[in-house]
Design a binder for this molecule. Structure first.
Ligand code: CMP
Length: 134
């Protein structure tokens, strides 16, 4: 069993896609074991995405992530990290396959609807970042 962090980003929440995205996650067989809707402060967003500081897209990313409420969730299942990344599709929605969350719900590489941990080490850090008791 593995756990991973999922974020439904502010662009998708604002468009009313959160419920559909959660249904797709559950339909894929992954279990949502924790969830909360929050609005990130700039400090929280910068802490979460510290590894991207200095990259050309960093400011746009922080602005997007602090633009409105988002949904953070812990997903559980066998190979949850890779399964959720497959469900999300390519980071760039223009390259994502039909049926993936980013193809179906995202508009651009910045406003790309969802985030998922990329490896076990990130998953532990990211789950703990939002759910310190997990
Ligand atoms: P996410 O999975 O949340 O991780 C970092 C985010 O930065 C990514 O999704 C995208 O929304 C955003 N981003 C914008 N441009 C790029 C890029 N060229 N490469 C990677 N991530 C990018």
């Amino acid at each position: 069993m593995q756990t991973t962090l999922s974020i439904v980003k502010p662009d998708a929440v604002a468009k009313g896609y959160a419920e559909d995205i959660c249904l797709r996650i559950e339909d894929s067989g992954l279990k949502i074991i924790s969830k909360k809707q929050i609005k990130l402060s700039r400090d929280q967003a910068e802490g979460f995405y510290a590894e991207h500081k200095g990259k050309p897209f960093y400011e746009a990313l922080i602005n997007l992530m602090t633009s409105g409420p988002l949904l953070v969730q812990v997903l559980e299942g066998k190979e949850a990290i890779s399964r959720y990344r497959k469900l999300m599709g390519d980071t760039n929605p223009k390259k994502a396959s039909p049926g993936t969350l980013r193809h179906d719900f995202a508009e651009s590489i910045d406003a790309n609807a969802v985030h998922g941990s990329d490896c076990e080490e990130s998953a532990i850090r990211e789950v703990t970042y939002f759910f310190p008791n997990k």
